[in-house]
Write a protein that binds this ligand. Structure first.
Ligand SMILES: C[S@@+](CC[C@H](N)C(=O)[O-])C[C@H]1O[C@@H](n2cnc3c(N)ncnc32)[C@H](O)[C@@H]1O
Length: 232
């Protein structure tokens, strides 16, 4: 599949492939992250893509000239990221790790994380290959709570939250650990367009219980917010 990236005012196309039964298929959410990366990645910056999946965000950052480390807990994602980097003629580093657990004491200018946010435990889901806690917020909490230990002094974290789990819980964690939180984008998406998912009625009911989703016609929609987070 192709993802668009704007470089020097021109649209470039990234080719991002993989077995989408085994790796999360990049979605409108990844495209929204990429639009933010276009604004803040400059050549030579060090970027960490936590929960890299196909590597789409790290690859976009590498295309923009960054020195990139892509991390995922799923070995297939690491394989896929390296293959996609090669296809796009880019080099980056990868690390198999559950969150920050296997990371050395490294510092980055930007951490970007399209974390899994699912209030149901779907063990077969490409999004949550490990137990990320009852509401699927494990990686979000880890990045939000410990991310600043891996950032340079004026570094920033770019991450998102969605209506499936509601914004309040996630934003409470952000406000506890960071002094500057900007919502850079609010967007709406059809839930069935995300990843490879077709959710059951029970799962939709769970989302409706925990979060903020709404129905239009036959389809369910959620809101997403993209945050740019820093320590001032
Ligand atoms: C929503 S997908 C995002 C993939 C890709 N960054 C994108 O934007 O399309 C979340 C990714 O996080 C990874 N992941 C989930 N829990 C993790 C954890 N505890 N540590 C590291 N990676 C994790 C999953 O394997 C999956 O590839």
């Amino acid at each position: 599949m192709n993802m668009n990236l704007r470089v020097d005012g021109k649209i470039r196309t990234l080719s991002i492939n993989g077995d989408f039964q085994r790796v999360y298929r990049p979605s409108i959410i990844a495209q929204t992250f990429i639009e933010q990366l276009e604004k803040c990645v400059a050549p030579g910056l060090r970027v960490l893509d936590m929960g890299c999946g196909t590597g789409v965000l790290g690859i976009a950052a590498a295309y923009l000239g960054a020195d990139v480390l892509c991390v995922d807990v799923n070995p297939y994602c690491i394989e896929c990221t390296l293959a996609n980097a090669t296809t796009n003629g880019l080099r980056l580093r990868t690390l198999l790790s559950n969150g920050f657990k296997a990371m050395e004491n490294e510092h980055f200018d930007i951490i970007v994380s399209n974390c899994p946010l699912l209030p149901v435990h779907l063990s077969s889901h490409q999004n949550t290959p490990v137990d990320n806690g009852k509401l699927g917020l494990g990686l979000f909490h880890e990045v939000a709570s410990h991310g600043s230990n891996y950032l340079s002094s004026n570094g920033r974290l770019i991450l998102w939250c969605c209506g499936l789990i509601g914004f309040e819980r996630a934003e409470r964690t952000l406000y506890k650990h960071w002094s500057y939180i900007e919502t850079v984008r609010t967007f709406e998406y059809a839930i069935d367009r995300i990843g490879n998912n077709m959710y059951s009625d029970d799962e939709i009911a769970t989302f409706a219980r925990h979060g903020d989703i709404h129905r239009r016609g036959l389809r369910w929609f959620s809101r997403g917010k993209l945050y740019d987070v820093r320590q001032l």
